[in-house]
Write a protein that binds this ligand. Structure first.
Ligand SMILES: Cc1cc2nc3c(=O)[nH]c(=O)nc-3n(C[C@H](O)[C@H](O)[C@H](O)COP(=O)(O)OP(=O)(O)OC[C@H]3O[C@@H](n4cnc5c(N)ncnc54)[C@H](O)[C@@H]3O)c2cc1C
Length: 288
């Protein structure tokens, strides 16, 4: 099917893009990698009056550490993250997540920020960035604001973003020298969305957990943070009992639904097992 008619704008600056978005209000959509939006247009599940293509705006493709923060710009593709030495060395959670998003064709074009803005509960980046304690930077008509990932997702395909706002970057705090992370995803075949996924980010200090981030993919209306499991780990030793306890708590948070990918019970079990495995992997990295 062909998409419904729409106006197309390809501004060269963020200010022009914001003006164009303001002109159309909630009738316009930002176009980044197009890997979620274009299929929706072709199926006519979405029929915006205008697309504001941000691909010609300079300066949105930064992937770099600056003042203790990793900046992932709005035009940073999944592929760039997958191949980044910086992420592989310092942010294994993000590096592993990138490699598990769909297939190389989607990874070549799709963006991290687009994935977060799209808010698909089966999106992998939402969990990775929740676990990492990231924040979203949004620019709108009244300036810039930062939204913690924990406050960003509001429901299925729904976020705290206003229709006139553009995500300019995602900021990930430095996890510190003794840290580790892992992303595990069960997929029916390579390139599929998650049956269930788990993202873990750990920082340790003097043998105990300084910060634990745990988030789940595909088992709720949004990516879910396993807050109780995080709290149970924080301040304690990361031994087998603590890991098993946290995995049980993470499984309790999951709200899976039975579908063609598996039964609700099966998915909950996957969350438990993957949380345990990912915690062990992250702990091994953190302990060096
Ligand atoms: C076959 C296929 C398989 C896939 N499998 C997976 C998978 O396994 N895991 C996974 O996580 N994802 C998967 N995806 C989705 C993919 O990751 C997309 O790249 C991602 O969801 C959206 O990023 P995008 O840059 O393509 O955004 P677009 O498609 O351009 O936009 C998506 C939505 O976000 C909005 N948006 C985009 N950028 C911004 C911005 N900077 N500011 C404000 N709003 C913005 C758009 O207006 C739109 O509503 C798959 C996609 C396809 C086509």
């Amino acid at each position: 099917m062909y998409p419904a008619r729409f106006e197309y704008a390809a501004p060269g600056t963020i200010e022009q893009a914001l003006e164009q978005l303001a002109q159309y209000g909630d009738e316009a959509k930002v176009l980044a990698g197009g890997q979620s939006l274009i299929p929706l247009l072709k199926l006519r599940f979405a029929a915006p009056s205008a697309l504001v293509d941000i691909n010609r705006i300079g300066g949105l493709d930064t992937l770099a550490e600056e003042d203790g923060v990793l900046r992932i710009g709005a035009l940073v593709r999944h592929r760039t993250c997958e191949r980044s030495e910086l992420l592989r060395g310092r942010y294994p959670l993000l590096s592993q997540t990138a490699a598990l998003v769909s297939d190389p064709i989607v990874r070549n074009l799709g963006t991290v920020c687009g994935s977060v803005a799209h808010a698909d509960p089966q999106g992998d980046w939402g969990s990775a960035l929740l676990a990492a304690g990231a924040e979203v930077v949004a620019r709108g008509p009244s300036g810039e604001r930062r939204i913690h990932m924990g406050d960003f997702f509001r429901g299925v395909f729904t976020t705290a973003l206003e229709p006139t706002e553009i995500v300019t970057e995602v900021r990930v705090p430095d996890p510190g020298p003794r840290s580790g992370g892992a992303y595990l995803k069960l997929e029916r075949k390579v390139g599929d969305y998650a049956t269930a996924g788990v993202g873990i980010q750990l920082s340790v200090e003097d043998g105990s957990v300084r910060r634990a981030g745990i988030a789940l993919t595909g088992v709720g209306p949004t990516n879910l943070r396993a807050t109780e499991a995080e709290q149970a780990l924080t301040g304690g030793e990361l031994d087998g009992e603590a890991i098993r306890g946290a995995a049980e708590l993470a499984a309790k948070v999951a709200q899976p639904r039975s579908d063609q990918r598996g039964s609700a019970d099966y998915k909950r079990q996957v969350v438990r097992v993957f949380t345990e495995r990912a915690l062990r992997a992250a702990a091994a990295t953190a302990r060096g």
